[in-house]
Design a binder for this molecule. Sequence first.
Ligand code: DGY
Length: 312
Amino acid sequence: MKVFVTRTLPGRALERLRERGLEVEVHPGLFLPREALLKRVEGAVGLIPTVEDRIDAEVMDRAGPGLRVIACYSVGVDHVDLQAAKERGIRVTHTPGVLTEATADLTLALLLAVARRVVEGAAYAKDGLWKAWHPELLLGLDLQGLTLGLIGMGRIGQAVAKRALAFGMRVVYHARTPKPLPYPFLSLEELLKEADIVSLHTPLTPETHRLLNRERLFAMKRGAILLNTARGALVDTEALVEALRSHLFGAGLDVTDPEPLPLGHPLYALPNAVITPHIGSAGRRTRERMAEAAVESLLAVLEGREPPNPVV
Ligand code: DGY
């Protein structure tokens, strides 16, 4: 029985599959072109795809009727056609929990980088512009006392909130429904008006696609910061470029739309945008644990047990 893993994974989790007698095929490259994906899934009973692989009905049908489980190597599942999986009786699982702290850490890293102009400062020094100390050089925002508005208050949102409190920030949030948490719940419109920093932690669905459209980006406070470590398509990128030119203090973006963000994109030209290449969960141990979680779910389905992290 074949399991296709679309990239090499850190750690030894895949050994467990081999020990159970499964034939594990791993794509070794950085990219997996669509044609190659379609070819390599043929005959697989299980897939472990990354966020870059679009797993739709065509992929499922090319795998064939033996495909039983798609164990996503991610918490987000917007790259999988869940309805198509359901219709074919294919289980879909994901890796929540194990990447919470790493993603929250990176959110804070982006916040500090933007608020205190760390990337600009590092370039300033490296480029030989550092000639003197000056009271007005590279002034940024003091985090103490600022209001952080979290959109989405699942595990990652809550982990970011905890970190923000340690920096002396006030936390407010918006989610689909209020939760029993010690932070004020606001409507989206109220949050955008009140927050000095808006951070996105909500899944990408048809309902949240471009949640921050032009109107909402410009409804944010003048001089506010936007953080996105969730999914790029939650934000209207073109409008964000405009907002960064005229309205916002800056943005920290670990995810973009499109992704990868192509060389020459206007976002790269903005000194107040700090962009990282979707590395929110890229702690070594976190990435190993994601592999262990995906393998555990995959084996559970193949062995007829209920998987620990089912989506479908
Ligand atoms: C996820 O898990 O959804 C991240 O985007 C990649 O780790």
